[in-house]
Design a protein around this ligand. Sequence first.
Ligand SMILES: CC(C)(COP(=O)(O)OP(=O)(O)OC[C@H]1O[C@@H](n2cnc3c(N)ncnc32)[C@H](O)[C@@H]1O)[C@@H](O)C(=O)NCCC(=O)NCCS
Ligand SMILES: Nc1ncnc2c1ncn2[C@@H]1O[C@H](COP(=O)(O)OP(=O)(O)OP(=O)(O)O)[C@@H](O)[C@H]1O
Length: 199
Amino acid sequence: MRVGLTGGIASGKSTVAETLVGLGAVIIDSDKIAREVVAAGTPGLAAVVEEFGDSVLTAEGELDRGKVGEIVFADEGARERLNQIVHPLVGARSAELEEAGRASGALVINDIPLLVEVGYAPFFDKVIVVDVPVETQVERAIGRGMSESEVRARIKAQASREERLAAATYVIDNTGTVDELRRRVKEIYDELRRDVAGS
Ligand SMILES: CC(C)(COP(=O)(O)OP(=O)(O)OC[C@H]1O[C@@H](n2cnc3c(N)ncnc32)[C@H](O)[C@@H]1O)[C@@H](O)C(=O)NCCC(=O)NCCS
Ligand SMILES: Nc1ncnc2c1ncn2[C@@H]1O[C@H](COP(=O)(O)OP(=O)(O)OP(=O)(O)O)[C@@H](O)[C@H]1O
């Protein structure tokens, strides 16, 4: 059984993922893998530099993420070109990790912020969507140090709430407290474990 976890920026995915790990699940974190595949010295980084030029590198030869963010969240064409380089690399690495996780007998959950945007929903048996209103996303992202314009540009580059909810098997409403969130996550985890045991 393939399980995906998604939600817009600052919706609470990492908090959900951390709770799932505490319950015994293995999480495959696409954001983390997306950083690894463009780390210094990787073919992924070389491909990004070929497309966007040397100016996206820091003095230390790493990807200047702030700069790339400024470019791609203001220009859909540039974002598409970056996605086309990074997403296949993330997909390949995720598949390897998923196989290893499954071999351990744990429930494996793919945390993919762009699951709906990239059209992956049909490849998952269950999709967990973390849902909050846009204004809550903005508030929480600002609380974590992002500027309002940065967060709104990212939200504009993502699926709408409605599009995400249409793909959901389970919806996690994260407008309450973190304790409430954790309780809902436990319910879903228990149900998924029962499903796996019964299949
Ligand atoms: C543009 C980059 C360099 C900005 O890096 P930065 O460190 O500021 O952000 P980070 O990677 O931590 O992403 C934060 C959040 O931004 C949003 N986001 C990131 N990339 C995208 C994208 N291509 N489209 C829409 N939203 C995105 C997601 O909600 C993500 O959780 C980076 O996000 C990137 O390489 N994006 C392309 C790869 C990608 O799609 N990653 C997301 C999941 S695979
Ligand atoms: N129920 C909640 N009440 C208040 N704050 C919350 C709640 N859930 C999460 N947060 C806070 O909101 C912020 C975003 O949460 P989190 O990092 O889990 O989201 P995310 O979807 O993983 O974000 P990103 O898309 O940036 O990776 C964090 O600072 C987190 O502590």
